[in-house]
Structure formats: structure tokens, C-alpha cells
Design a protein around this ligand. Structure first.
Ligand SMILES: Cc1cc2nc3c(=O)[nH]c(=O)nc-3n(C[C@H](O)[C@H](O)[C@H](O)COP(=O)(O)OP(=O)(O)OC[C@H]3O[C@@H](n4cnc5c(N)ncnc54)[C@H](O)[C@@H]3O)c2cc1C
Length: 405
């Protein structure tokens, strides 16, 4: 039986993240957003202290050893205040750390996962390129084996924390023939360090959302990567990249749920304060309709990500459920943010209120980690029998304390 009652540990975590974000981030977020400023010390320092950067990594690897529902709760609470915070959970804690935990060698876990989980090193994920997003097979980055090293050349774009992270999971072609045939068994995944010779990064200059976050590109100009940094086996890169997305999408779903709640709360507050035609605007049925829609979207989104978290705790495959949660909640968050602006009228059209920021931030999640259209196709394909999930060689470890016997 799925039990959605939060444990004491989960409730405590939710409360601590909520209080920290309200106290340490909310008062500064409007200014940081306006100045396009990633407040590194405050945000990463605070998140590390709370144990969030290694939240679901076992204690033996430097993490907090909390279950996957805690990862979702933290993501929801962080995005309630600003999407830029949750993005850190998605790329560092989700896409990168949980992938190394599941697919990394013991040596990689010691060298990379431990400092990442402790928060002394930050990590990212590089799949997208200027000419390849949804169509991951179209990437051009190559990794050529030379002795005991791989020489990687290529460019990754739209990478969260590109100018911040110390380590990246990078997907590249290791088989030139398979690259021509677009056969994904020619792709491999690597750990690339910022300090490696030939690595350079920069920001996406004209970005108009998640402005308090860092998004950029990085280039690899014949970067020599030791073969010990190959994750898994040669040819497993596509599976690893998709596995990582199962973890990242989960945090995106939980985060979008938090954003819907933020839109709902801001709208309720405004609807009680603003008067039109002699009454609070909340008295008008069409305003009520928008608020009621936010509530139903919030509750449904929360149940969907909680189900994914529960499946992860059980050690069960959840690609389908997580994809549905991500698709539903991100589309709903865009709707909620648009309606929150509507409820605020002209005031919503100004950054004096937070709802414009919510709307700009909401749009990103409808695009990254699988666009709305890609998720729609995936869900239809599951139903039509065109798609099914086969077991992978490595799976996310179950959270032992939560496995139902
Ligand atoms: C803020 C932000 C942060 C990001 N962070 C990262 C990161 O950390 N790491 C990373 O690797 N990437 C990251 N990305 C990139 C992101 O994952 C891609 O933008 C996404 O996969 C979509 O790819 P694209 O932008 O190239 O769009 P395209 O793939 O070019 O798609 C363009 C449009 O065509 C549609 N389309 C494409 N194919 C189909 C199809 N088969 N059927 C129907 N419609 C289709 C899409 O749905 C979309 O509407 C980030 C993006 C953003 C905006």
C-alpha cells in the first residue's frame, strides 16, 4: 500500500528547508533575479549546511542518507521560493550525484561523489548541444581513445551551472561508425573536470528566466580525460543519460509543484486584498475558478511526484510515472503562473510582485528534461505499446528503510 503520510524525518526536512529559504533567500531573491546574480555563497553554502547537496546519497559516501521523498520535498520547498534553487537540486543532486551513485565505480564515488555530497564540489550534466536537444542522437561531441585517455572535443549548450560546477557528466560519441548511423550504443558518458586543460565555459547571454540561476555553455577543446573517468562501460552513455533524466525529472516535477503552490498562495493573498466592483476580487466567480484550478493542479502534481518518490524508495522502475509527473506539473505550473499574473491584473505585469518571475521561471521546465511534446509522445507510446522500459544494468538503490515487505 502506498502511504503518503510523511515520516518525522520527512516533516522535519520539509520544515527546515522552508524556514531556511524563507529566511535566507526570499528577502534577496527579487534583487538577485533583477541583477541576474547567482548568489553562490549564500545559496550553495546554506544548502550544503542543510545537507541538501548530498540529500539522498548514503552517509558512507558523504551524504545525508535521506530517502527520495525527502529529495522531492526539498525540491518543492526550494522552488516555492525560486526556481534557481531547485535547479541546483536537479542537476547536482539528481542528474549527477544519483547517477554516480548508481553507475559510478567505487573509485569515482570516492573521488567525485563524496566531495559532491559533502558540498565541497558542485556538479552538472552536459547532454544538450547547439544543434541537439530533444534529438540527443544528433550530438556532435566525440571522445577518441588514445592510450589510457579519451580525448573529448565538442560544445555543450544550455547547461545549468555551466560557470559554477566543478565536475560534469558529459555524453559523447566513442564510436565514429555508430555516430554516422545514429546508433546510441556508440555513446559513452564521462566525468569531466573544469580544471582539465582545454575546458572553457561562459553564460547564455540573453536568457530571460531563472535569472538568479546560472545557465551557460562549455567547450571542450581536445580535453584529455583519464579512462578511469568513463562512467559504466563504453557504449552505455545513452542509457546513463536517460537514467540521469529519471532522477532530474523527478526533482523538476516536485519543484513545479512548489511553484504552483507559490502561485496559489500569492493569488489568494492578492484576491483578498484587491477590490473591484465594491468587493474583494476573490468574490468574483471567474477569479475563484483560477484559484480552484491552482489548487487542483497543486494537489494532483503533489500526488504524482510522491508516487514516483515512493517507487524510487521501493527500488522500482519509475521512468513512466516520473515522466508523467514532470509533464503534468510543469504544464500546470505554467498555467498557474499565467493565471497568477491575470489575478494580479496590471500589478502582475510588473516585477513589483513575484508572479512575473514565477511565469518566466515556469516556462523553462516545460522545455528542459524533455519538452512538453516529447513527454506527451512518451505517454502515448506507453499506452499504444510502442514503448516499454527494459531493466538497465544499474538501477537506483532502493531506500532500505522504506521498502515495504
Ligand atoms: C534553463 C534551461 C536549463 C537547461 N539545463 C540543461 C542542462 O543542465 N543540461 C543539459 O544537457 N541541457 C539543459 N537544457 C537544455 C534542454 O534540455 C533542451 O533545451 C531541451 O532538451 C529541448 O531541446 P532544444 O531546446 O534543442 O529544443 P528542440 O529539440 O530543438 O525542440 C524545439 C521544439 O520542437 C519540438 N520537437 C522536437 N522534436 C519533436 C518531436 N519528435 N515531436 C514533436 N515535437 C518535437 C520540441 O518539443 C520543441 O517544442 C536546459 C535548457 C534550459 C532552457
Amino acid at each position: 500500500m502506498i502511504d503518503f503520510t510523511l515520516t518525522d524525518e520527512q516533516r522535519l526536512l520539509e520544515q527546515s528547508v522552508r524556514e531556511w529559504a524563507a529566511r535566507e533567500v526570499a528577502p534577496y531573491i527579487r534583487e538577485n533575479d533583477r541583477k541576474h546574480h547567482f548568489d553562490r555563497d549564500r545559496i550553495l553554502g546554506g544548502m550544503a549546511k542543510l545537507g541538501l547537496l548530498g540529500i539522498s546519497v548514503p552517509q558512507e559516501y558523504g551524504g545525508a542518507g535521506m530517502d527520495y521523498v525527502c529529495l522531492g520535498l526539498a525540491s518543492e520547498e526550494l522552488e516555492y521560493v525560486d526556481t534557481s534553487l531547485r535547479v541546483i537540486m536537479s542537476v547536482h543532486a539528481g542528474l549527477n550525484c544519483l547517477t554516480l551513485l548508481s553507475w559510478g565505480s567505487e573509485d569515482q564515488k570516492q573521488r567525485y561523489l563524496v566531495p559532491q555530497a559533502q558540498g565541497t564540489k558542485i556538479s552538472g550534466y552536459g547532454l544538450t548541444e547547439p544543434g541537439a536537444g530533444s534529438d540527443a542522437r544528433a550530438i556532435q561531441t566525440t571522445a577518441v581513445k588514445k592510450g589510457d585517455r579519451y580525448v573529448i572535443s565538442g560544445e555543450k549548450s544550455w547547461i545549468s551551472l555551466a560557470d559554477v560546477a566543478d565536475h560534469f557528466i558529459v555524453v559523447a560519441w566513442t564510436d565514429a561508425e555508430k555516430k554516422k548511423q545514429r546508433d546510441t550504443s556508440g555513446l559513452s558518458a564521462f566525468i569531466v573536470e573544469r580544471t582539465f586543460k582545454g575546458f572553457s565555459s561562459g553564460p547564455m547571454k540573453e536568457k530571460w528566466g531563472i535569472l538568479a540561476g546560472n545557465t551557460g555553455f562549455f567547450k571542450m577543446d581536445e580535453v584529455e580525460v583519464p579512462e578511469e573517468n568513463l562512467i559504466g562501460r563504453p557504449g552505455e552513455g545513452f542509457k546513463i543519460a536517460m537514467f540521469a533524466l529519471d532522477q532530474g525529472r523527478y526533482t523538476v516535477a516536485a519543484g513545479a509543484t512548489g511553484l504552483i503552490r507559490a502561485c496559489r498562495d500569492a493569488s489568494v493573498k492578492y484576491a483578498k486584498a484587491r477590490k473591484a466592483f465594491g468587493v474583494e476580487i476573490g468574490q468574483h466567480q471567474l477569479v475563484k475558478e483560477m484559484i480552484a484550478q491552482m489548487e487542483s493542479d497543486y494537489q494532483a502534481s503533489r500526488l504524482l511526484w510522491l508516487r514516483s518518490g515512493w517507487l524510487k524508495n521501493q527500488g522500482e522502475r519509475n521512468t513512466r510515472e516520473t515522466g508523467l509527473a514532470k509533464w503534468f506539473s510543469t504544464v500546470a505550473s505554467e498555467r498557474a503562473a499565467g493565471d497568477a499574473i491575470q489575478i494580479h491584473g496590471a500589478n502582475g505585469y510588473s516585477d513589483e510582485y513575484p508572479v512575473g518571475r514565477f511565469w518566466r521561471n515556469s516556462k523553462g521546465a516545460v522545455i528542459y528534461e524533455g519538452t512538453r511534446e516529447i513527454h506527451k509522445l512518451m505517454q502515448a507510446d506507453y499506452l499504444l505499446g510502442y514503448r516499454s522500459d527494459r531493466p538497465t544494468r544499474c538501477e537506483l538503490p532502493a531506500h532500505a528503510a522504506d521498502v515495504k515487505t
